[in-house]
Design a protein around this ligand. Structure first.
Ligand SMILES: NC(=O)c1ccc[n+]([C@@H]2O[C@H](COP(=O)([O-])OP(=O)(O)OC[C@H]3O[C@@H](n4cnc5c(N)ncnc54)[C@H](O)[C@@H]3O)[C@@H](O)[C@H]2O)c1
Length: 290
């Protein structure tokens, strides 16, 4: 199936980015959120970001044309007209299961379903539907408009045809698919990155080096565009914590256990950019405090 229309559930950091890249690729997008405020904020963010892409000549269409493909709605019913639905709500198993069950009752039998979960097994979400063979993980990286890799994850029942449709969708939005053949916590990229992320946090906790110096070292010495802590503040410390915990619980491997400093910061509500404080501190306009 060629995906021409996408329904996105959850208009936060990831859902908004997903809606944007789909609209930029010419797809019709419908996006919903339980919070009207989140939907409004998301549209503003998308509009700003599409404007930047247009200004820099990175897209051939003007902002209004792209924005004209995005519609916001307050319920799930319009999902019935979509070729693909992508769920991007909070990382909570019960919430995601409830959304998949609701989407299943609304959507056409042919509609493909995907979750952007960082760590919840796709199989457990697919089991809530009458079409587990059509459910997959489509895992984007933040910031979605900039990051090229997207993991396409097969659950236990996902068919090859569904994974192939996922691959073609990712290519159609101009990104690079990373095919993940088994539904393991953390998938592939996070699974590789987490041990070094944890080591960086341990080094800060032990007073060996500061977040600033580690990030600088990673940018200048490892060719990364952003350091571990800069990325961590954008992703959200709670999101990283949840994904590490899922890897730890599934594997029993202590290499994935979230370090003390991360656990404390999450408990204290220092979740990164979204709360104004995480590994770094931020001004209300989003700039970093020096
Ligand atoms: N933040 C990242 O860098 C990142 C990267 C990859 C994957 N993910 C995953 O993507 C998902 C979303 O993460 P995020 O960072 O965008 O979160 P977020 O907190 O920015 O946004 C979540 C949105 O879901 C909405 N929501 C909650 N319950 C809802 C419901 N019942 N119906 C509709 N909307 C609802 C919230 O109002 C909110 O706007 C999570 O599963 C997360 O693990 C996040």
């Amino acid at each position: 199936m060629t995906v021409k229309s996408v329904f996105v559930v959850g208009s936060g950091l990831m859902g908004g980015g997903i809606a944007q890249v789909c609209a930029q690729a010419g797809m019709n997008v419908c996006i919903t959120d339980k919070s009207e405020e989140a939907l409004k904020k998301s549209l503003d963010n998308i509009s700003w970001s599409v404007g930047k892409f247009a200004e820099k000549g990175k897209i051939s269409e003007d902002k209004d044309t792209v924005m004209g493909r995005i519609q916001t709605v307050s319920d799930m019913n319009p999902a019935k007209d979509a070729d693909l639905v992508i769920e991007a709500v909070f990382e909570n198993l019960e919430l995601k299961q409830q959304i998949f069950s609701e989407l299943d009752s609304v959507c056409d039998a042919d509609t493909l379903m995907a979750s952007n979960t960082s760590a919840i097994p796709i199989t457990e979400l697919a089991a809530m539907t009458s079409r587990p063979e059509k459910v997959m993980g489509i895992h984007f990286f933040s910031p979605v408009p900039m990051m090229m890799a997207v993991e396409v994850v097969k659950g236990l029942s996902t068919t090859d045809d569904t994974a192939e449709a996922g691959r073609r969708f990712v290519e159609a939005i101009g990104k690079e698919p990373i095919m993940v053949n088994r539904d393991v916590a953390g998938f592939v990229i996070n699974r590789i990155n987490f041990p070094s992320t944890i080591e960086a946090m341990n080094l800060v906790e032990q007073g060996v080096a500061t977040c600033e110096d580690i990030d600088k070292g990673l940018r200048l010495g490892s060719g990364r565009r952003m350091g571990i802590f800069e990325t961590g503040d954008m992703v959200g410390l709670d999101v990283t914590y949840g994904a590490m915990m899922a890897c730890y619980q599934e594997t029993g491997d202590p290499r994935f256990y979230p370090p003390l400093l991360l656990r404390r910061k999450v408990k204290a509500g220092h979740l990164g950019r979204k709360t104004g404080k995480g590994w770094y501190e931020y001004n209300p306009d989003g700039s970093r405090k020096q």
